[in-house]
Write a protein that binds this ligand. Structure first.
Ligand code: PGA
Length: 252
């Protein structure tokens, strides 16, 4: 059965010390809650990863980077490679987040390189897709998301594809307090699963974890997570407080 995943995306928030405290609280709360059916992941800044890996109970909480370099190594000042991420003990990497696409010019071409390097280094990509408000208003979200997938992860072999998770995050719902309605989220995730089935077959589609992201919180998570195609969430703001995040983890 496909995994249910609740992944926090801390973005550019917290000092190392604050991050370690937050990770410690999450790990303790997850242990206390006895939750076993959900994979919990903390997407921290690069600077925090090693400390967070050493803080959490890694049997209960996994750690993700929020990006990795499009090159394996070399003269790329300021970049952090997939190999480096892997060497911290992180197991996941969030790739293609809309903020990276929008503010840092990430294209399908760069993302293909990043996904390939992440997979080659044994990291699990959490690959993000999702449309802007203008595209949703024009009712072109399906074509837009299909293109995002066609240009990137749909070029992988079925074997590689089956190693990643997808997060659908409509840009208009990120950090805005406007969540996609349960019906909108379910409809898009079912659509994505259908595309995967067409491309890689039904078995792969049924095994792929597809997450929803965008103003997901402890209040709306139970309804969102009750949907057949919603396999968890990628959580920004609500992942910065351990109790709020636990409320989402225990929403199943
Ligand atoms: P949000 O962010 O939960 O704060 O809307 C989600 C994300 O960008 O991953």
């Amino acid at each position: 059965m496909r995994k249910k995943i609740v992944a926090g995306n801390w973005k550019c928030n917290t000092t190392v010390q604050e991050g370690v405290e937050l990770a410690k609280s999450v790990s303790e709360l997850v242990a206390k809650s006895g939750v076993k059916n959900v994979v919990v992941v903390l997407g921290t800044p690069f600077t925090h990863i090693t400390s967070v890996v050493n803080t959490v109970d890694t049997k209960l909480v996994g750690v993700a980077a929020q990006n990795c370099a499009a090159e394996a190594k070399g003269a790329f000042t300021g970049e952090v490679s997939a190999t480096m991420v892997k060497s911290t003990g992180a197991e996941y990497v969030i790739l293609g987040h809309s903020e990276r696409r929008e503010y840092y010019g990430e294209t399908s071409e760069t993302l293909n390189k990043k996904v390939t390097l992440a997979l080659a280094n044994g990291l699990t990509p959490i690959y993000c897709c999702g449309e802007a408000l203008s595209i949703r208003e024009a009712n072109e979200q399906n074509t837009y998301v299909k293109n995002q997938l066609d240009e990137t992860i749909f070029n992988l072999s079925a074997e590689d594809f089956s190693k990643l998770a997808i997060a659908y995050e409509p840009i208009w719902a990120i950090g805005t307090g406007v969540t996609a309605s349960t019906a909108q989220a379910q409809e898009m995730l079912a659509y994505i699963r259908g595309l995967i089935a067409d491309k890689f077959g039904k078995v792969v589609a049924e095994e792929t974890s597809i997450l929803y992201g965008g103003s997901c919180n402890a209040k709306n998570a139970p309804e969102l997570f009750s949907q057949p195609d919603i396999d968890g969430g990628l959580i920004g703001g609500a992942s910065l407080k351990a109790e709020d995040f636990l409320g989402i983890i225990t929403a199943y």
